[in-house]
Design a protein around this ligand. Structure first.
Ligand code: NAI
Ligand code: 5RP
Length: 291
């Protein structure tokens, strides 16, 4: 089939290649002309035969919104837009309604696999009407990993991004657990080769996982992570997971703590710990450290 793909960065560039390897035609547009096959969204739309499918793979928020708005103007009834970025699931219903008013279908798709997806395949979680999903199915089949798992029609519009959001919340907590264990191992004198402990865990243990494999890769590149600063950004999914937990009164202590650990990583000093130190000093005369 033919696909229009908007956003050819770390994800979209490799996805274009994987879909092409499966024998499909992909016309890619990126605002960076060095990456793009065409110069504009309208050229992309003109290059596809109706009914068209256009997959959006740009940063969530303003870039996704403006792309979907523009596609709403350019596409025709019967065409379909897929949002494959890490969009907030609450945006999906709005996008589906705006496009449906023009007769255009919408599918939201959470994508997992990162820069390894070209070779390993991309795990896909999609939401939307059955007929819209069916129209995109050949592309899902091209992107998904080989084997029985790795793709799911999670439910109605929004379900795909909701599932991906929870996946990323779990990702935060798993990474935090490996990171905390690693720091403790590094701290004690009795363990002389932390990297080899991590490597040994890759087989047979209860905690083996792809993230653990990637941790070993990182330690092979920089055994004590001395070249890195302990600073971690976040791009929204963890916050939205915690917000959804609050909305649904579901306790998520591990995921919430892992999000907050990232916030703490961005502080050179801790204002709240200054207050703790000041109060301990006030009530108990405990020593404080001055600047
Ligand atoms: N990198 C990752 O591990 C994963 C990323 N995602 C999501 O996939 C989407 C893309 O992520 P990446 O490829 O990592 O980002 P990236 O920053 O590498 O690539 C984004 C691309 O979109 C282009 N772009 C931005 N605004 C545009 C616009 N208005 N019109 C056309 N092109 C535009 C940029 O020029 C860039 O080439 C994001 O929503 C991200 O959250 C999803 C799963 C994993
Ligand atoms: O979706 C992903 C992996 O599954 C992306 O890499 C995402 O950017 C990770 O989330 P964050 O940037 O908040 O760490």
């Amino acid at each position: 089939m033919e696909l229009g793909l908007v956003g050819l960065g770390k994800m979209g560039g490799n996805m274009r290649e994987r879909i092409r390897r499966a024998g499909h035609t992909v016309i890619g547009y990126d605002r960076n002309p060095d990456l793009a096959d065409v110069h504009s969204l309208s050229e992309l739309v003109d290059g596809l035969q109706a009914p068209r499918v256009v997959w959006v793979m740009v940063p969530a928020g303003a870039a996704t919104q403006s792309t979907i708005d523009e596609l709403g103007e350019l596409l025709s009834p019967g065409d379909i837009v897929v949002d494959g970025g890490n969009s907030r699931w609450t945006d999906d219903e709005k996008h589906a309604e705006e496009l449906a008013a023009k007769g255009i279908g919408f599918v939201d798709c959470g994508v997992s696999g990162g820069v390894w997806g070209l070779e390993n395949g991309y795990a896909l979680m999609y939401g939307g009407d059955k007929e819209h999903v069916a129209a995109v199915q050949p592309v899902f089949d091209a992107l998904k990993p080989e084997g029985d798992f790795g793709a799911v029609h999670a439910g109605k519009v929004g379900a795909g991004h909701f599932a991906k959001m929870v996946h990323n919340g779990i990702e935060y907590a798993m990474m935090q657990a490996y990171a905390e264990g690693w720091e403790l191992l590094e701290k004690v004198d009795s363990v002389t080769d932390v990297r080899e402990v991590f490597r040994s865990w890759q087989e047979g243990t209860v905690i083996r996982s792809w993230l653990l494999d990637l941790a070993v890769n990182a330690l092979d590149e920089d055994e004590h992570l001395e070249q890195l600063r302990g600073y971690a950004q976040d791009s929204g999914e963890g916050r939205w997971t915690v917000e959804a937990a609050i909305d649904n009164a579901v306790p998520l202590p591990a995921i919430t703590a892992s999000l907050f650990a990232r916030f703490a990583s961005r502080q050179d000093d801790s204002p709240q710990m200054k207050m703790i130190a000041a109060l301990r000093n006030q009530f108990g005369g405990h020593a404080v450290e001055k600047k």
